[in-house]
Write a protein that binds this ligand. Sequence first.
Ligand SMILES: NC(=O)c1ccc[n+]([C@@H]2O[C@H](COP(=O)([O-])OP(=O)(O)OC[C@H]3O[C@@H](n4cnc5c(N)ncnc54)[C@H](OP(=O)(O)O)[C@@H]3O)[C@@H](O)[C@H]2O)c1
Length: 281
Amino acid sequence: MSNRRIALLGAGNMGRALIGGLLRSGTRAELISVGEHLPDARAALARDFGVTATADNAQALAGAAIVVLAVKPQVAARVLAPLAPTLRDSHPLLISVCAGTRVSSLEEWTTGTVPVVRAMPNRPALLGAGITGLYAPGTISAGHRAAAEQVMRAVGEVVWVSSEDAIDAVSALSGSGPAYFFLLAQLMAEAGEQLGLERQAALRLAAATLHGSGLMAHSADVDLPRLRAEVTSPGGTTEAAVRVLESADLRGTVSRALAAAAARSRELAALRPDPDAADKP
Ligand SMILES: NC(=O)c1ccc[n+]([C@@H]2O[C@H](COP(=O)([O-])OP(=O)(O)OC[C@H]3O[C@@H](n4cnc5c(N)ncnc54)[C@H](OP(=O)(O)O)[C@@H]3O)[C@@H](O)[C@H]2O)c1
């Protein structure tokens, strides 16, 4: 990692995952500052990571070349808007991991004074095994793109998308994706029970199969049809099961499920919070 100072606003699940990942990938603790309003969360950062946190977000930004916004989307406006003057003076790169929060909103709340990159990580980032979809408007420099990529690589892989709308697809695929695999594993365990397995054994078999399959699929040049073919002997058990799944239109069901998630992502983004909402009745 470089010697650039990084500030994180919000040290919940994702903020902590990023801090842990940055430290693991070589960023020194003294180069990380955190704005977090919960005293317990600040104490936990000092204890777990040796990282200094403050309740004063403007103070956390001091000297930062990169600011990561990792608060809940519904408070993003309220956190960013008062920081606009500080951001205008220091002009850092702003990376937002806030789901459903558009670049146009982030620019509005910061009065257009900082370059903005959107990042959509997923839950396995908490273990350093995530994947992040990144989007940057055309005005963002190659250096800032590289910096955003480097930060998000601290919690897993990164994939660039070329339009902001594609972030809704990233949310639908990898953002929500862990839940689909968990659901499938749960349904497999329940089906295993119906076939006579003990509940705990069925759960272990399903969860370990999910884990092992994930490891096998984890390669840059993954060939999913080949992996599937390798466990599908003609006339065998797997083929019998896959035939049932295909006849139940699994492909169409998955397609509709992801379309519903992407549509919901667009809907949530349209419910853009008003930075002054907290002051209104
Ligand atoms: N977790 C995931 O798997 C995941 C995946 C993709 C994207 N994201 C995005 O990551 C962001 C953070 O998610 P999360 O799961 O880490 O949420 P979280 O655990 O609730 O963490 C957010 C933290 O920010 C704090 N905060 C709130 N207002 C603040 C302020 N004014 N100044 C400083 N800190 C403040 C929160 O405190 P309070 O609890 O008091 O509000 C909390 O400690 C969200 O925008 C989410 O969309 C998360």
